[in-house]
Design a protein around this ligand. Structure first.
Ligand SMILES: [Zn+2]
Length: 325
């Protein structure tokens, strides 16, 4: 992976693309890469809405110069989607159903992310470095709800797995889908929080793919898929990228099974120290241990359910030993 230069200063130049009437994609700092993210501006006749706030201060200020927002919708509680919540003087914040605790209380945020797990002494570092602030939530969005902003309607599209409530939006009249962190980036899917789920993520990918087919009439109509960390995708680029993105789950499980077969049995800590998820990227990503650990844990639980690994009764320092079957 190529190192990006560290830039000083504040970004104010903004890449904004009106992908359909009333729907504008705005690229976040560093091309929307973590810890920033792209945002979407919705301009209805009745309401002006901002979807996510992680674009970075300068870009967010430039977006707000276009007029005040009536509503902010957060796709989920991750810092790269909410980091600007305190900067937007919106009267109301909406979040996915079931995730409000992660917005309103620090304890909730730490519980959802797993940063409070015993033994993970990086919690303090993250708390100090992330700049998390509480957001008052006035509405929780349920799957299938239709949001009418005045001549611009969006259906709430729940796509769990990345987080339990991870939510996108579907604009049927404009044939635009916002799929948030299902971004089809080359790293693959991320599910390194406590309530993330590989099975839910796979189901969400199938659901999104079916919607892309339906929305485009099997590729006959032009559609646009907006994501939080990449530039907009077309039907063709979505279809080209989806198989490789989906295959990452299986590739990671094969690496885990390979390690357990060659070196096992191993504890979760010992497995995580071999970085089967992040691989050679790990040394470049400080603080990534928690993600490796929890993504691994989700895979081991899943592999245990399907009878491919077993947690042995032997305890080492209170930790199970995992063995491939
Ligand atoms: Zn996220």
């Amino acid at each position: 992976m190529k190192e990006e230069p560290r830039l000083e200063g504040t970004f104010t130049a903004m890449l904004q693309l009106e992908v359909a009437p009333g729907i504008s994609f705005v690229e976040g700092e560093r091309r929307g890469r973590f810890p920033f993210g792209n945002v979407v501006v919705l301009q209805g006749r009745a309401q002006r809405v901002l979807v996510d706030t992680g674009a970075g201060d300068g870009i967010l200020d430039a977006v707000m110069a276009g007029g005040p927002f009536d509503v902010v919708i957060n796709s989920h509680y991750h810092i790269d989607h909410v980091r600007g919540n305190g900067r937007v003087p919106a009267p109301v914040f909406w979040c996915p159903a079931g995730e409000a605790d992660a917005f309103t209380s620090e304890e909730g945020f730490l519980r959802f992310t797993g940063l409070d797990l015993p033994g993970l002494d990086i919690a303090k570092v993250f708390r100090q470095g992330l700049g998390w602030t509480p957001t008052p939530i006035s509405r929780e969005l349920a799957d299938g709800e239709v949001l009418d902003f005045g001549g611009l309607e969006a259906a709430v599209l729940r796509l769990p797995g990345h987080t339990p409530g991870h939510t996108g939006l579907w604009f049927p009249a404009e044939r635009v889908i916002f799929s948030a962190d299902i971004d089809l980036a080359s790293f693959g899917p991320w599910y390194g929080d406590v309530y993330a789920s590989v099975d839910d993520y796979l189901a969400s990918l199938r659901r999104l793919d079916a919607l892309v087919d339906e929305a485009s009439g099997g590729g006959r109509h032009r559609i646009t898929i907006l994501t939080s960390h990449r530039r907009p995708l077309s039907y063709e680029s979505f279809k080209e990228r989806l198989p490789g993105f989906t295959a990452r789950f299986g590739e990671r499980e094969e690496r885990i099974l390979g390690l357990l077969t060659a070196e096992g049995p191993l504890t979760l800590d010992e497995l995580a120290a071999r970085w089967p998820i992040y691989g050679p990227l790990a040394p470049k990503l400080p603080g990534i241990w928690k993600s490796e650990y929890l993504m691994l844990r989700h895979h081991l639980d899943r592999l245990a359910t399907s009878g491919r690994v077993v947690a042995e009764g032997v305890q080492l320092g209170g930790k199970d030993l995992w063995r491939a079957l």
